[in-house]
Write a protein that binds this ligand. Structure first.
Ligand SMILES: Nc1ncnc2c1ncn2[C@@H]1O[C@H](COP(=O)(O)OP(=O)(O)O)[C@@H](O)[C@H]1O
Ligand SMILES: [Mg+2]
Length: 160
């Protein structure tokens, strides 16, 4: 377990960028799955904005404005990223994990070219694979958040 403290939106994005650096230096032997868990307004989308920018996905849209899933190409301008696609899921509104499976989720999380981030991933934990990296977001104060990386060993999972 690893804890990060953020005192601003900007700081949350910076934490996400550092985290992204650890992800993109991986060899892409397996898909990277990230589950973001925590209340509304705790910073999950803000974190993903910083993360996306770092992997060469510009301007991800606010999760409230799409239905469940959005796919982006990873532009990889510097040529140092093995991953090809970034999937942004927000499963807040789903009633049953089956709704995600109907979107081809199984194939998406099996494809080693993919980085898959899931807001409210705890709602579908039954169908998340072992290599899932879990991040918990906690509201502390108006501008303060705690971000907890629960299973940091999973950062290295797909090297094995
Ligand atoms: N330290 C912080 N980190 C992230 N967001 C913060 C922070 N402090 C205040 N905020 C505000 O909290 C809100 C977080 O919203 P958002 O990232 O959409 O959360 P979620 O996706 O978890 O619902 C934004 O309005 C943002 O400006
Ligand atoms: Mg959100």
């Amino acid at each position: 377990m690893k804890e990060y403290f953020s005192k601003s939106k900007k700081e949350t994005k910076k934490i996400a960028q550092d985290f992204a650096q650890q992800i993109i230096k991986k060899k892409n032997k397996k898909a990277v799955i990230i589950s973001l868990e925590g209340d509304l307004g705790s910073g999950k989308t803000t974190f993903l904005q910083g993360f996306a920018k770092e992997i060469g996905v510009e301007d991800i849209i606010k999760s409230q404005s799409f239905v469940i899933m959005k796919k982006y190409p990873i532009l990889n301008k510097k040529g140092d990223i093995a991953f090809k696609f970034f999937y942004h899921f927000d499963v807040y509104r789903i009633q049953n994990p089956r709704e995600i499976l109907a979107l081809g989720f199984k194939d998406i999380i099996k494809d080693p070219r993919n980085i898959v981030a899931i807001e409210w991933g705890d709602k579908i934990k039954k169908i998340l694979p072992l290599q899932t990296i879990r991040l918990k977001f906690k509201y502390q104060d108006k501008n303060e958040r705690k971000i907890i990386l629960i299973n940091e060993n999973n950062l290295y999972y797909n090297e094995i």
